[in-house]
Design a protein around this ligand. Structure first.
Ligand SMILES: Nc1nc2c(c(=O)[nH]1)N[C@H]1C(S)=C(S)[C@@H](COP(=O)(O)O)O[C@H]1N2
Ligand SMILES: [Mo]
Length: 406
């Protein structure tokens, strides 16, 4: 059983890379979030203005740029309501003015035979597709690493299951004559205005994914039935199903098919699986495709003592790139397992499934765990893979909860 480090604990150090570059340039306000976090009192932090519409009872505000969904708030109806969905920004959120005239937003498309700037209005005429997808930060579950990596100590709530609508990237590429020869990556660049006087490469949000990821990718303008809120990347966001949050570029300004990976720091050194004590570098694996994972959302220790008898143990399970085949639940900390039942609609292989196991729990303490298997037979591992920055935690043991029945 693991407990979350209080969000008020001082950070051991400020975010490496971008924050220090900004600090060096004297742009203190640019990493207000990190600074506020290290100095903050224990009281709950208020929602930042751009996310003021979020349901304050359903989220944990870590900083002005990091907001997590409470584990008990996920519910059992598959889709994460927008006002409960986590937020993670590496740079300050752009001004509301960028969503004043959404259809006028433009994205530069290059690495195609006929490169062009396209407005959202033009994109809307090129194609339409809808995908339900788990959006999950690479660092979700970092709070369970005993090594206390620097960065937001997310437990389970830097994730949600979201419906996106937009134009398939492959339709856009086709309309522009097709992908140019020799391209190996799809590279998306955030449309944030960068501070003057520092090397853009050190702060820009730009990520490359393998070219084949374009097959299911969208340039999306709608989320959960509404224009994408500014906090989640409106007016236009690149959606790369199955890939971790950072690869899903908000307020996308450029979409390029490239022969090399981006040289932005967030690609070359950030989001790399580094050995404990090490530093990120381009030789290490990049955090990209998600793998099979599940966790229980109820009952939880915060519900207090349970009455003896029947409980409905429920949670979410997803496969990353593959559909979920099944979920097992243990009520004895992983000694024995029983097949859970998948409940609710199947929204496709990139969505999560919800599961339930009915159990009769006698008086005492019970450690509840879940373990998912994907359609390829990959089983959620017991242990996390140790790494310096606390990425990709899919350990079922870390996600177990202990409840008391009295
Ligand atoms: N332009 C841009 N895109 C971005 C980011 C960002 O800071 N700027 N953050 C990334 C990260 S690290 C994550 S986890 C997700 C968070 O998406 P959300 O805020 O909609 O939950 O967006 C990704 N896309
Ligand atoms: Mo993230």
């Amino acid at each position: 059983m693991h407990t979350q480090a209080p969000a008020s604990l001082p950070r051991r150090r400020l975010l490496a890379g971008s924050a220090s570059a900004l600090a060096a340039a004297g742009l203190a306000s640019f990493h207000q979030g990190a600074a506020a976090q290290s100095a903050a009192p224990a009281a709950a932090k208020p929602l930042p203005g751009y996310a003021g519409w979020k349901n304050a009872d359903a989220v944990i505000v870590h900083s002005s740029t990091t907001i997590e969904t409470r584990r008990g708030a996920f519910g059992t109806s598959v889709i994460t309501p927008s006002d409960q969905l986590y937020v993670r920004n590496n740079l300050p959120t752009p001004p509301e003015s960028i969503v004043a005239d959404r259809d006028a937003w433009q994205v530069q498309v290059s690495g195609v035979k006929e490169p062009r700037r396209l407005s959202v209005r033009e994109l809307k005429a090129m194609g339409l597709e809808t995908v339900t997808m788990v959006l999950q930060c690479s660092g979700n579950g970092r709070g369970f690493f005993p090594s206390k990596p620097s960065g937001t100590p997310w437990t389970v709530g830097a994730a949600g299951c979201v419906v996106w609508s937009g134009v398939p990237v492959r339709d856009v590429a086709r309309a522009l004559g097709g992908v140019a020869d020799g391209m190996k990556y799809m590279t998306g660049t955030g449309g944030e205005v960068l501070p003057a006087g520092i090397d853009p490469k050190t702060v820009i949000v730009e990520r490359s994914v393998p070219l084949e990821a374009m097959q299911d990718a969208l340039l999306a303008w709608e989320m959960n039935g509404e224009p994408i809120p500014l906090a989640h990347g409106g007016p236009l966001r690149l959606i790369v199903p199955g890939y971790t949050g950072v690869n899903n570029i908000k307020y996308i300004g450029q979409l390029a098919f490239t022969d090399k990976e981006s040289e932005a720091r967030i690609m070359s050194h950030g989001y790399r699986i580094s050995p404990p004590g090490g530093k990120g570098d381009p030789s290490q694996p990049s955090v990209q495709q998600m793998s099979v994972k599940s966790w229980i959302n109820g009952p939880l220790p915060e519900d207090g003592e349970l009455a003896p008898g029947r409980v409905q143990i429920h949670g979410v399970a997803f496969g990353g790139m593959h559909a979920v085949k099944g979920v097992e639940v243990s009520v004895d900390g992983g000694k024995t397992w029983q097949a859970a039942r998948l409940v609710g609609p199947d929204m496709g292989r990139y969505a999560w499934r919800q599961f339930v196991l009915q159990a009769d729990l006698p008086r005492g303490s019970h450690t509840l765990a879940s373990r998912a298997t994907d359609a390829q037979g990959n089983v959620q591992p017991e242990q996390r893979e140790e790494n310096q920055a606390g990425y990709n935690n899919s350990s079922w043991a870390d996600h177990a909860v202990t409840v008391k029945v009295a």
